[in-house]
Design a protein around this ligand. Sequence first.
Ligand SMILES: C[S@@+](CC[C@H](N)C(=O)[O-])C[C@H]1O[C@@H](n2cnc3c(N)ncnc32)[C@H](O)[C@@H]1O
Length: 240
Amino acid sequence: MSNAATSARSTDQTLLIKYAIHLALQGSPRECNELYRQKEFQEDLRRFGKDVFYMDFSYSQRKAFYTYVNNRLLGDVPVDYLEFGVAHGASLRDWTSINRHEGSRFIGFDSFEGLPENWTLKAPKGAFSTKGAPPKIDDKRVNLVKGLFQETVDAFSRSFESRNRLVLHMDADLYSSTLYVFMNLDRHIERGTIVLFDEFNARNYTDEYAALKDYCRACNRDYAMLAARPDHAKVAVEIL
Ligand SMILES: C[S@@+](CC[C@H](N)C(=O)[O-])C[C@H]1O[C@@H](n2cnc3c(N)ncnc32)[C@H](O)[C@@H]1O
């Protein structure tokens, strides 16, 4: 190793030690959580190695990612597509236009009152509210379940009978909402269930990613990342 490389490495280590001392003495629980989740994510990423299909696209081009998931990962089969966080219905409409099978079912869950907790600075409590009004989606395969997940998902899960390959689209942003859904749908989640995330990397991996990890830990599950945008905001995983 050259002198320059050795000195860069020791600077890195010094910074890391300083940061660890800072965290131990003054770090907020949020800072500690962010560091822990980021490290855990880096470990996961090493595990998936080169098997992840990366696709670069902007927010307005999300449909191309959904099309890849539908056509290549699912093989364009009839699906039971459950979306958590519908708002104005943009992503739900995209999915109904991509997967045209008559036997597919699309069920969207939302209070339509916006986020139940503060999230980021740009998305405080109430963000994405449609003032309680569900979107109109002209497709008889679509059903919307209005209410907080904490008031609707348990009853839904107890009565739901799956018919098709299960696809979950987690777009509720929050750790609490995402974890609640996973835990209450565990009886329906099986090997091969595909789960899409819209904000996987948000707040340094402490929301949707953290909910997936904690669900896997609690219910003895594992996952593989199949496709992602390079920043890991939009991600598709398969439950193993
Ligand atoms: C980012 S928006 C969804 C956007 C939509 N999927 C799209 O891309 O077109 C997040 C939604 O999650 C909903 N949400 C978050 N947590 C919820 C909860 N616990 N119960 C019900 N709805 C929730 C909010 O009301 C909000 O409409």
